[in-house]
Design a protein around this ligand. Structure first.
Ligand SMILES: Nc1ncnc2c1ncn2[C@@H]1O[C@H](COP(=O)(O)OP(=O)(O)OP(=O)(O)O)[C@@H](O)[C@H]1O
Ligand SMILES: [Mg+2]
Length: 251
């Protein structure tokens, strides 16, 4: 393939395959995400969406194929910590905030993230770091809850807090797996706005089954099926694709 693309891709997967006991969870998957782009990934259960994120973040090693970040970094040669340090943040489905800490303290802890515990004790916020926390509180609709214990937040607010915690590391690429599962309609709409705002300054890849949410993201969509891309285009476009209707939307 050509390495001189006109639009710079922050991420490309080329011919990626992953097998689990002979079953191909990813099957010659190729996919490109541009710098600053928001991309939605949809597809039936078991299509390989989460496995794709596992491969990008180094949790799973592909049997074959290239996974290239920032034009020249081969992610298949790096471990999870090194990949995170490159600027790839990942949000898992279940929120994993520190329930007994305040919202503010959760963000502060995420900022201090890489330090050892005894260093955290003496961690003193710089003014730009405090600004970053305050901006993130506003961005995630949590400013008025800053002193609340995280365990007292709604499910949706916990998800936003965790996204905020990922933003503390200023990732260039944010991967988000099923963020709106279990959310109210209002929370879902707010989450779409939040991710669109985040995608103004970085690339975001979102996996979801909720089509109203994907529509609200208003971005390019890939349909995964049996470990490879079945269709790519606008949501309208892929929703009109007969194969897509057959394997996914028409169920
Ligand atoms: N660690 C593993 N060991 C064995 N099989 C796995 C493993 N991880 C995933 N699989 C299998 O790979 C296939 C793809 O799974 P994956 O979780 O990527 O699907 P998905 O598209 O995220 O589905 P969903 O929409 O249900 O989350 C499934 O058949 C799954 O059972
Ligand atoms: Mg999944």
């Amino acid at each position: 393939m050509s390495h001189t693309q006109e639009v710079k891709s922050i991420l490309y997967l080329d011919g990626v395959s992953v097998s689990f006991d002979g079953f191909k969870a990813l099957n010659n998957l190729s996919l490109y995400v541009n710098e600053g782009e928001m991309r939605a990934i949809i597809g039936p259960n078991g299509a390989g969406k989460t496995t794709m994120m596992d491969v990008i973040t180094g949790k799973t090693r592909p049997d074959e194929g290239d996974v290239i970040f920032g034009g020249n970094v081969d992610l298949t040669q790096l471990d999870e910590a090194a990949i995170a340090n490159l600027g790839i943040g990942r949000k898992f489905q279940k929120p994993t905030v520190f329930e007994n800490q305040s919202v503010f303290d959760n963000l502060e802890l995420a900022l201090a993230g890489n330090r050892r515990p005894h260093e955290n004790l003496f961690f003193k916020l710089q003014s730009d770091q405090l600004d970053h926390i305050n901006e993130t509180l506003k961005q995630t609709s949590l400013a008025i809850h800053r002193n609340k214990i995280a365990g007292a937040l709604s499910h949706g607010q916990k998800q936003w807090l965790e996204i905020g915690m990922l933003l503390m590391q200023k990732p260039d690429l944010l991967l988000v797996d099923e963020p709106v599962a279990g959310m109210t309609d209002a929370e879902t709409a707010t989450t779409a706005e939040l991710l669109k705002d985040i995608a103004k300054t970085r690339s975001v890849v979102v996996v979801e089954h909720d089509m109203d949410f994907v529509k609200a993201l208003d971005c390019r969509v890939n349909v995964l099926h049996e470990g490879s891309v079945l269709a790519e285009g606008s949501l309208e476009n892929v929703q009109a694709n007969e194969q897509v209707i057959e394997v996914y939307l028409g169920r």
